[in-house]
Design a protein around this ligand. Structure first.
Ligand SMILES: NC(=O)c1ccc[n+]([C@@H]2O[C@H](COP(=O)([O-])OP(=O)(O)OC[C@H]3O[C@@H](n4cnc5c(N)ncnc54)[C@H](O)[C@@H]3O)[C@@H](O)[C@H]2O)c1
Length: 356
């Protein structure tokens, strides 16, 4: 078992049966326990959890519809109404058992209800293990605009059990790997040099490599919890990535990590155009990412709509798009203003635009 102590809570990485979850549940033995799952984690992960802990025998299991398109207020209203009916109080406990959609939305719902219930994140996707479940960002989408409503609230604990990954579809492993690659690109060349060799379709993700990614995120988050400065680095690939994810959500949906990987390719290229990153390092990034994350092609006429979505990014100031770029592998620079023409250029350079 690996333990990462953040300022406010413990992340345990290893078998959940040996984690501190048992003692947390004991402390809540007289309280109501609500387990939030989506359709897949209901089928693949729930039984192992509830059969391990007697304290969960009477837990209320609530099924959320799976997928990013359901990370919305309408679902929250239904859950809050059910909690009201079930007389959930501020002293009860919410357990978020799922990928980033469940941990983001479950944390948000728990933090709002009666001004805040405690919640434990039990991430079941690679992406949620290495990224979404740690760092205290909770939230939901507003139409095509990602994570527009949310709060910074820490969980009571994060229980990471890599065993849950046995049932995770391979494309979701690639999705999670994208965030691990991002951790390397923005903060640690040594991490990049390890994770770039991972073949998500074959490799097993062990506790050590998952812990290494979480540790990078922890260090950045603890230096700047409310994202006033260096935490913005974690958004590398996300200015364009979130726009692509939102743009494609209701037509040709791609995973969060796939969108971030495409965003990282385009933002690395932007870093070269702005004289920040060397062509050699960019070449390495492009070669690796394009091999594993297929490019999506757009019509040139679609770019203004994608650009509009970027304008809604939470990092923007004074109507300007502010992006995170790279100065080298392992080092990111924040607050870089980017213009439509520059974005248009990199879409063309990297063949994201169908030429007639
Ligand atoms: N809060 C943060 O700091 C943060 C960071 C990164 C991403 N995110 C958010 O995370 C979300 C993406 O997370 P995600 O990729 O985990 O998406 P997800 O929750 O939709 O999970 C991906 C798919 O895998 C399934 N799944 C999850 N665990 C499984 C398991 N063990 N076995 C079988 N199927 C399983 C899910 O049901 C879903 O179909 C996005 O909404 C993104 O905005 C948040």
């Amino acid at each position: 078992m690996i333990h990462i102590n953040t300022q406010d809570y413990l992340v345990s990485i290893g078998s959940f049966s040996e984690s501190n979850l048992g003692s947390i549940l004991e402390a809540y033995s007289a309280a109501k326990k609500i387990i939030l799952v989506d359709e897949n984690t209901h089928d693949c992960c729930l039984e192992a959890l509830i059969t391990t802990f007697d304290d969960l025998a009477d837990a209320e299991v609530m099924l959320l519809p799976s997928g990013e398109e359901n990370k919305v207020m309408e679902v929250c209203f239904q859950v809050w109404e059910a909690w009201s009916e079930y007389k959930v109080s501020r002293h009860d406990l919410v357990l978020n058992l799922g990928g980033g959609v469940v941990t983001d939305m479950g944390g948000f719902m728990a933090s709002i209800f009666k001004r805040g219930l405690n919640f434990v994140n039990i991430p079941t996707s690679l992406l949620s293990m290495v990224d979404a479940s740690v760092g205290g960002k909770t939230g939901i989408d507003l139409g095509v605009y990602k994570n527009q409503l949310g709060l910074f609230v820490n969980p009571l604990a994060v229980i990471v059990d890599p065993g849950f990954l046995n049932t995770l579809p391979v494309e979701e492993k690639w999705s999670g790997l994208a965030e691990m690659l991002k951790h390397g690109l923005i903060a640690s060349k040594a991490h990049w040099d390890i994770v770039k060799f991972i073949d998500a379709s074959e490799d097993v993700f062990g506790a050590e490599i998952i812990a290494a990614s979480i540790e990078i995120k922890r260090t950045i988050v603890e230096a700047d919890f409310h994202e006033k400065n260096i935490r913005k680095k974690l958004n590398f690939g996300h200015t364009i990535g979130h726009a692509l994810e939102g743009y494609l959500l209701f037509s040709a949906k791609i995973s969060h990590g796939h969108a971030v990987a495409l965003g990282m390719m385009l933002e690395a290229q932007l870093s070269v155009e702005k004289g920040l990153l060397s062509s050699t390092e960019n070449e390495e990034i492009q070669t690796y990412l394009s091999k594993n994350y297929p490019k999506v092609q757009f019509q040139a006429s679609e770019l203004p709509a994608i650009f509009e979505l970027m304008k809604n990014d939470k990092k923007n100031r004074n109507q300007e798009i502010q992006s995170v770029l790279l100065s080298k592998i392992g080092e990111a620079v924040i607050d870089q203003v980017v213009h439509f023409e520059e974005i248009e250029k990199v879409f063309h350079t990297l063949n994201f635009i169908q030429e007639d």
